[in-house]
Design a protein around this ligand. Structure first.
Ligand code: SAM
Length: 403
């Protein structure tokens, strides 16, 4: 057993202390706490340890509200009060930017008005008839009855999943603004689908191994006055409360413009949002159903200046010969690929809005973009409350747009 004092908190919300001079990461620890721990994994440059006993407890520590918190691994910050989690996220982003020597303006923080019961999507594993999450870094299933981060209608649905009588597989439950639910199931087994098993739940579609077995393969999502068709396999932000605020901020930062490029566009949300301020919007997305949704969304919302394109950004973007005044980029966690980054540097727009769910790749990309663009505004949004994940929105202006 080793005794350590927690000196810092890392990017994944773990405490950092030292055992014989070696960096040691421990989950569920707060700054200045003194803990007794045992080493779980000993690597060349660091240890991963588990707390056995708290010798000095921080006065900031709170009791986690989820009974699975210690084992699940989905949340990382439930032992902090909400305000502290926000402070932690701000510090984390600032440290990452500073490490890459990126000058940033004053950061505006946008909190989550509903830090629990906010998630509109929950993906669960099924093993030997039990439904839950795999314990972190293992294939040991932790059976769960509900998730306090998920919307209540998702938790109601979860209670009935056992009635499908699946032994092994995966199930994803998605819900929209109207508490309508899509059930997405992957299994090699025959399932026992009976609508009556899910009474009082507004199930609008069940998709088994990419085939509809009940209702539709999509639902509609409502956001900032728009209606969006969203297919079961198309992306939509998981937190509707913060997404609403994020969309308003993005709109606030767009002036009337000629041509907008919406990269990694999903079902076309951001392109549609800004379309009334633009003459033309090109959007590029790799998931076919999402692009088909975008085509329908432009009709539903009566916008005829949007041009959705199916393809991989790095291969598709070079084929568009128009120039762009405003570029909106909302990539997955891995950030902008190198080819696309180079195109952005060569075909400079006046304004670039970069939405990121991973500050590490955001900082890497900003470091490259900073020779051509000045970072004017920076927002941190608490899209993924009580997890170490954080959403950022950056507004960049071209240093010399027509050079
Ligand atoms: C973070 S989501 C953003 C979606 C959309 N902007 C929104 O707000 O709903 C990232 C999107 O990028 C898409 N994507 C991932 N890799 C891509 C690629 N190489 N080219 C084009 N789209 C990609 C994903 O399918 C996903 O829809």
């Amino acid at each position: 057993m080793y005794e350590i004092e927690i000196e810092r908190i890392d990017h994944e919300g773990r405490g950092i202390g030292y055992i014989n001079g070696k960096v040691t990461f421990v989950k569920n620890a707060l700054l200045k706490e003194v803990v007794e721990c045992e080493i779980l994994e000993e690597k060349k440059n660091y240890n991963i340890a588990k707390i056995i006993h708290y010798k000095k407890i921080s006065e900031k520590r709170v009791k986690p509200f989820c009974s699975y918190y210690e084992i699940c691994g989905g949340c990382n910050l439930e032992h902090m009060p909400y305000d502290e989690t926000i402070q932690y996220k701000e510090e984390k982003v600032k440290n990452i930017l500073a490490k890459e020597k990126i000058d940033f303006p004053e950061i505006e923080i946008i909190e989550n008005p509903s830090p629990t019961n906010y998630r509109n999507k929950l993906s669960l594993k099924i093993k030997n008839g039990k439904i839950g999450f795999f314990e972190e870094n293992t294939h040991k299933l932790i059976e769960i009855k509900s998730c306090p981060l998920a919307k209540s209608c998702i938790n109601h649905c979860l209670k009935n999943i056992k009635k499908l009588k699946i032994k092994n597989g995966k199930v994803t439950i998605r819900a929209n603004y109207n508490e309508e639910v899509l059930l997405i199931i992957e299994t090699e087994e025959k399932i026992h689908w009976n609508r009556d098993d899910f009474e009082n739940i507004k199930i609008v579609g069940v998709i088994l191994n990419n085939k509809i077995i009940y209702g539709n393969y999509y639902f509609y999502e409502r956001m900032n006055g728009f209606l969006f068709k969203v297919s079961y396999d198309a992306f939509f932000q998981v937190n509707p409360y913060v997404t609403n605020k994020m969309f308003s901020k993005i709109l606030e930062n767009i002036e009337n413009t000629n041509t907008v490029l919406d990269l990694y566009s999903g079902v076309g949300t951001l392109g549609l949002l800004v379309s009334s301020k633009a003459n033309k919007v090109y959007s590029i997305e790799i998931v076919k159903n999402a692009v088909l949704d975008n085509l329908e969304n432009k009709k539903i919302n009566q916008k005829d200046n949007i041009y959705p394109i199916l393809g991989d950004t790095e291969k598709t973007l070079p084929k568009i010969k128009d120039s762009f005044d405003t570029i909106i980029i909302d990539p997955p966690r891995k950030g902008i690929d190198k080819k696309t980054r180079n195109i952005l540097l060569n075909r400079k727009a006046k304004k670039l809005i970069y939405i990121s769910c991973n500050p590490l790749t955001l900082a890497r990309d900003l470091k490259e973009l900073k020779n051509c663009y000045k970072l004017e505004k920076f927002y941190i949004l608490d899209m993924f409350s009580y997890t170490y994940h954080v959403e950022c929105v950056c507004v960049l202006k071209a240093i010399n747009p027509y050079k």
